[in-house]
Design a protein around this ligand. Structure first.
Ligand SMILES: Cc1cc2nc3c(=O)[nH]c(=O)nc-3n(C[C@H](O)[C@H](O)[C@H](O)COP(=O)(O)O)c2cc1C
Ligand SMILES: [Mn+2]
Length: 485
């Protein structure tokens, strides 16, 4: 998957590659970190424009703010492809296969010396370790404050096993020396690990990394199982071990080329106000409480580039790369459990679309394996036959409309639920349990060949005409004056 050219594999190189591809624009006009950058980059995202790199941020000379770097491009997954070092036009299902292969060959990170680590160009301790030094954006008017961690990596270590987890968790700025980390306890790895520190009553060292090489961010938003290190997955996506360097005030290792590293410790017993925050569901989540982190040190590159995400309705910088990655995780997970399906894809939060050749018991089997995975489904699963492209929303909709008998819709009760989902009933949100649905738009197996033939033949261009006439039309395409189509 690697291109033969030399690559630096840092954020700045990725920005250059995006700019060359017309997928990034440098914004020279002065832009305020307070709501303006958020609103502008959201609209840029909704209009499928290039990612903005704000180079003139009100009150922060010499710094810049990058938004929706891995957001929707032309085509949709172009920026993800560029980040992975493959052709921008790589079809989404092929990206899934590329990532699947990478996930099978994790790469151990490579430790570099402090002098070789760009993230150590500036080291701030004591009163100098001030979070207000950075253009931390207030993203949406509906948010409860400035969010220092949106396109971030939260690094923590399991005190029992030594496993290091990198994940993207939202972090809200509290004051010059404090921020919250939203650790949804049972729902993700950070919460599980934090519980262990809480049980011992000691603070949890954390590293909040901003502006790492994109593979690191993609790994941090992926759905890999407990105990697997996102750093090794990031290396797999890069095709070489991620250069890492030790923190100043803890033993945590962070990506050496990161723009900003905020070292902190999460206090075991304290919770403070957090939210609201405009989330990946396209809805705002309510105000609640979250654990708070106390800053111990900050290191950064000179003229740092602050990265932010801007989540809402799909497609955005979460939906595009992370759901493609989730598909790769899900297909590998199924393969690990002895089940091969044609394809898996995700378009919206936590809904898996699975294309398979129906076989007795297969739908039930796939459902239970996916449910046992690491957040591979939340709302539901759509099953389609092999002739439906799960990366194409119109194809999925066609399959549901034309092939799904209402009795092939099923509900499974009492499944662990993410509290950020808007449709939860009050009781379900409290219990963190909700149903999930299965839409089976595959045809029943017990129909006779004759019955299938009479009622289920597909009649699009590929299937509706004989080879001869299709050949003729393809050959004469130019004659019709359609060469540009
Ligand atoms: C911008 C952004 C913010 C996120 N914030 C949170 C969060 O606050 N809490 C959370 O559990 N997941 C959050 N996620 C989703 C996690 O990154 C994702 O589920 C990831 O797989 C978690 O890693 P883990 O499996 O190691 O816990 C966020 C994702 C993005 C892109
Ligand atoms: Mn993890």
């Amino acid at each position: 998957m690697r291109q033969p050219v030399e690559r630096r594999w840092d954020l700045r190189e990725f920005i250059e590659l995006l700019e060359q591809a017309g997928e990034l624009r440098r914004v020279k006009a002065e832009v305020d970190w307070n709501l303006e950058a958020g609103a502008m980059s959201r609209l840029a995202c909704e209009r499928r424009g290039p990612a903005p790199l704000f180079e003139n941020i009100t009150g922060y000379p010499g710094q810049s703010l990058a938004s929706v770097l891995l957001g929707p491009g032309e085509p949709l997954h172009a920026r993800t492809s560029i980040a992975l070092g493959v052709d921008r036009n790589t079809p989404p299902l092929e990206l899934v296969e590329i990532v699947r292969r990478a996930l099978r060959s994790p790469q151990t990170p490579v430790t570099v010396r402090k002098e070789q680590a760009p993230c150590k160009e500036v080291i701030l301790k004591g009163a100098d370790a001030d979070l207000n030094r950075f253009p931390v954006p207030w993203v949406k008017s509906l948010d409860g404050g400035r969010y220092i961690g949106t396109w971030d990596i939260v690094g923590i270590r399991d005190p029992e096993t030594g496993w290091v987890n990198w994940a993207t968790y939202r972090c809200m700025l509290k004051d010059a020396g404090h921020f919250t980390v939203l650790l949804l306890s049972e729902d993700q790895h950070g919460g599980r690990i934090f519980k262990k520190y809480q049980a011992e009553g000691r603070p949890m060292p954390i590293a909040l990394v901003i502006g790492a090489e994109p593979s690191c961010h993609m790994a941090a938003t992926s759905s890999i199982p407990v105990g697997v290190s996102e750093a090794e997955v990031a290396g797999a996506l890069m095709g070489q071990g991620v250069p890492i360097v030790k923190c100043e005030t803890s033993d945590l290792m962070v990506p050496a080329t990161a723009e900003i590293v905020i070292e902190a410790e999460v206090l075991p017993a304290e919770r403070v106000d957090e939210g609201p925050f405009g989330e990946f569901t396209g809805h705002v989540t309510h105000r609640g409480t979250a654990p708070v982190a106390r800053v111990t040190c900050i290191t950064h590159r000179r003229n740092p580039i602050f990265t932010m995400a801007n989540m809402s309705k799909p497609y955005d910088d979460y939906a595009v790369p992370a759901y493609m990655l989730r598909a790769a995780c899900a297909k590998n997970w199924l393969e690990d459990h002895g089940v091969n399906v044609k394809a898996v894809f995700y378009h919206v939060p936590e809904i898996a679309v699975v294309a398979l050749k129906p076989a007795p018991g297969l739908i039930q089997r796939v459902t239970s394996i996916l449910m046992a995975g690491s957040r591979l489904i939340q709302n539901g699963i759509v099953f389609v036959e092999e002739d439906v492209d799960p990366s194409n929303i119109e194809d999925i909709f066609w399959s549901i409309c034309s092939r799904m008998h209402p009795d092939r819709y099923a509900v499974i009760r009492n499944v662990p639920a993410l509290p950020l989902i808007p449709w939860l009933e009050p009781k379900e949100r409290e219990m963190r349990q909700a149903p999930l649905w299965i839409m089976n738009s595959t045809f029943p197996l017990d129909w006779t060949e004759h019955y299938r033939d009479e009622h289920t033949r597909v009649c699009d261009f590929a299937d509706g005409w004989t080879g001869e006439i299709k050949q003729r039309v393809l050959q004469r395409w130019k004659d019709y004056g359609y060469e540009d189509i």
